[in-house]
Design a protein around this ligand. Structure first.
Ligand code: FAD
Length: 338
């Protein structure tokens, strides 16, 4: 495989604890790569509640999820972490005294130690249970996100879902796509009221079709090319909508996924660790944050921060064998200039 990076520590997960681990490793002169399934850093804070205030981050009486991540990124920046985003770590195996990770993009990442900061697992879209879904996903006929609106120019698009993503994309695509149909199982949308009002006004002008109350029922087409999306009411009344694309916005879910296959000690979907070192049953692989469990574990960001520091100290002798680690405060050491 193509070796994308060789480094000291590979951190799986760019949530708050993974980001702070970059800082703690950096203070001990250990270089890091951070890999995340999502296209953006920040884990749950950025993906699930960027605007919600958090009240239990020490010295921040209130800070939003998004702002916390920005600050953590800034704090980690002097140590020049390499971010590999938009890829899931699929495999982790020993390699020449360290480890080799394989990502969903087919690359290899080599590191002498690993910190798993994977939260509740990798985020992925909630998929509708439809026939031949996989073949339509493979061609991009069915999508869960839109990278470039232009790809949908002149296409017939069915948008499913009742939240902000569905409403915002309906508004955003109405002048670009040939036809936009929004499918939702009930009249009420869980989205910003102003956006819902705009969508309803656009529907009244005939710029958007609303298919309510309908649910997705099936896909028709051939060879991964979509021709119709079949909808049904709860009573089973069916209706087919001509479509080139289905955009399904049913939220994100988290699954432990491949991590369960790596031979790590697990307890109810969490990785068991030694609380003094955060080391798993495999020497050199540590786990911190929401994914780690031990007696007394609290699933709080502040506890994840402390675990990042302890894991970094425990990893140091592996990266710098025989070198004494003198404990120092950040105030006496300073951070490198960016
Ligand atoms: P996460 O933030 O879950 O990040 C893990 C990352 O790992 C994800 O981005 C995921 O995509 C990635 N990942 C997983 N598996 C893989 C893989 N195989 N390959 C690549 N990437 C992978 N905590 C508090 O302390 N105070 C609060 O007030 C608070 N409020 C909250 C409010 C809400 C609505 C929610 C949902 C949570 C709240 N939490 C709060 C909990 C807090 O967000 C979590 O404890 C914290 O995000 C855990 O951080 P983490 O870095 O361990 O994992």
């Amino acid at each position: 495989p193509h070796v994308a990076v060789e480094t000291d520590v590979a951190i799986i997960g760019a949530g708050p604890t993974g980001l702070f681990a970059v800082f703690e490793c950096g203070m001990l002169r250990m270089k890091c790569v951070v890999i995340d399934t999502l296209e953006a850093i920040g884990g749950q804070c950025a993906a699930l509640y960027p605007e919600k205030p958090i009240y239990d981050i020490p010295a921040h009486p209130a800070i939003s999820g998004g702002a916390l991540i920005e600050q953590l990124q800034e704090q980690a920046a002097p140590f020049a972490p390499i971010y590999l985003l938009g890829r899931r770590v699929e495999a982790l195996a020993p390699h020449e005294g360290g480890f080799e990770l394989r990502t969903s993009k087919g690359e290899a990442v080599r590191a002498r130690a690993v910190i798993i900061a994977a939260g509740a697992g990798a985020f992925g879209p909630n998929r509708p249970p439809l026939n031949d879904l996989h073949s339509y996903e493979a061609t991009g006929a069915v999508r869960y996100m839109v990278a470039r609106r232009e790809e949908l120019r002149g296409k017939r698009v069915v948008i499913a879902g009742g939240g902000d993503s569905a409403v915002d994309w309906a508004l955003s695509l109405k002048g670009i796509a040939k036809r936009v149909t929004v499918v939702h199982r009930r009249p009420k949308f869980r989205a910003a009221p102003e956006s819902v009002a705009q969508m309803e006004a656009a529907a009244a002008r005939g710029e958007i079709d609303l298919a309510i109350p309908y649910q997705l029922h099936g896909l028709r087409g051939a060879g991964g090319a979509l021709s119709e999306v079949v909808l049904a009411t709860l009573k089973g009344e069916e209706r087919a909508v001509a479509a080139d694309h289905l955009l399904a916005f049913f939220g994100l879910s988290m699954e432990l996924g491949p991590i369960a296959q790596w031979g790590l000690g697990l307890e109810r979907s969490h990785v068991t660790v030694n609380p003094a070192t955060l080391e798993t049953n495999i020497p050199g692989i540590h786990a911190i944050g929401d994914i780690a469990t031990y007696p007394g574990k609290l699933k709080l960001i502040l506890q994840g921060f402390s675990e990042a520091a302890m894991a970094a100290h425990a990893i140091h002798p592996r990266i710098f064998p025989g070198e004494a680690l003198h404990f120092e405060y950040s105030t006496s050491k300073g951070v490198p200039a960016e």
